[in-house]
Design a protein around this ligand. Structure first.
Ligand SMILES: Nc1nc2c(ncn2[C@@H]2O[C@H](COP(=O)(O)OP(=O)(O)OP(=O)(O)O)[C@@H](O)[C@H]2O)c(=O)[nH]1
Ligand SMILES: [Mg+2]
Length: 197
C-alpha cells in the first residue's frame, strides 16, 4: 500500500565539469581531494627529457605531471552528480582540450598568485567557447597573500566572473568551489533565458 505513495526514484542529473589552469597549479590535487570514486589519474614521471621544455621552477618538488586527464566524481546532493575532468597543464597537450571540454557545463580555472599569467590560456579558451567558469585562487605556501580584488585587477576578467579562494588539498574548500560554480552556471543560464524573451 505505502509503495503507492513512495515518491518516484529520480536518477541524478550527471554533468561534466572541467578543472583547468596552468602547469602544477593543483588540478590533480583538486580532483583527488573531492572524488568519491578512486580518481583516474594519468600521471607520468617528469624526466630529464622535460628539462628546457617544461618550466618546473614554480613547483620545484614536482615529480609527476598529468599527461592526459584526471577523472573523478562527486555527488553534490541526491539530484546532482558532477563528473570532474582535470586538464593536463602543459602546452604540448593543448590538442586534448577540445575533447575534454566538449559538453562541459562549466569550468574551474585554478590560479597561483605567484604566476597569474599561466591561467590566461584557460580563461581565453572558456571565454571564446562560451563555457561558464570561475577562477579559484589556490593557497600555496610561500605565496604572498593578495586580496581577491587585487587578483581580479591583475586578471582583467569581466566583473561578473566569480573569484573564490581555494585550497585544493582540502575537501571542504574544493566542495565550496564546485557549489559556487554550479551557482554561476545557473545564474548564467537564467540570464540567457531572460535575455531571449
Ligand atoms: N600548499 C599547497 N600546495 C598545493 C595546493 N594544491 C596543490 N598543491 C601541491 O602542488 C603540487 C602540484 O599539484 P598537482 O595537483 O600535481 O598540479 P597539476 O595542476 O595537476 O599539475 P600538472 O598536471 O602537471 O599541470 C603538488 O605537490 C601538490 O601537493 C594547495 O592548494 N596548497
Ligand atoms: Mg595534473
Amino acid at each position: 500500500m505505502s509503495a503507492l505513495y513512495d515518491p518516484p526514484v529520480v536518477a541524478p542529473v550527471s554533468v561534466k565539469i572541467v578543472i583547468s589552469g596552468g602547469f602544477g597549479v593543483g588540478k590533480t590535487t583538486f580532483v583527488g581531494s573531492i572524488s568519491e570514486i578512486e580518481p583516474l589519474l594519468t600521471e607520468a614521471d617528469m624526466t630529464d627529457e622535460s628539462v628546457g621544455v617544461d618550466n618546473r621552477d614554480p613547483v620545484p618538488g614536482k615529480v609527476t605531471t598529468t599527461v592526459a586527464l584526471d577523472f573523478g566524481r562527486i555527488s553534490l546532493d541526491e539530484t546532482l552528480r558532477l563528473y570532474l575532468f582535470g586538464t593536463p597543464g602543459q602546452d604540448r597537450y593543448a590538442f586534448l582540450w577540445d575533447d575534454l571540454v566538449e559538453g562541459a557545463l562549466g569550468a574551474v580555472v585554478l590560479l597561483d598568485t605567484n604566476r597569474i599569467e599561466d591561467c590566461f590560456p584557460a580563461i581565453d579558451y572558456f571565454e571564446e567557447n562560451r563555457v561558464p567558469f570561475l577562477v579559484a585562487v589556490n593557497q600555496f605556501q610561500d605565496t604572498r597573500k593578495f586580496a581577491l580584488r587585487e587578483v581580479r585587477e591583475a586578471l582583467g576578467v569581466d566583473s561578473r566572473v566569480p573569484l573564490v579562494p581555494c585550497d585544493a588539498r582540502h575537501r571542504e574548500s574544493v566542495k565550496s568551489v564546485l557549489v559556487a560554480l554550479t551557482e554561476e552556471v545557473l545564474t548564467r543560464r537564467l540570464a540567457e533565458q531572460a535575455a531571449a524573451y
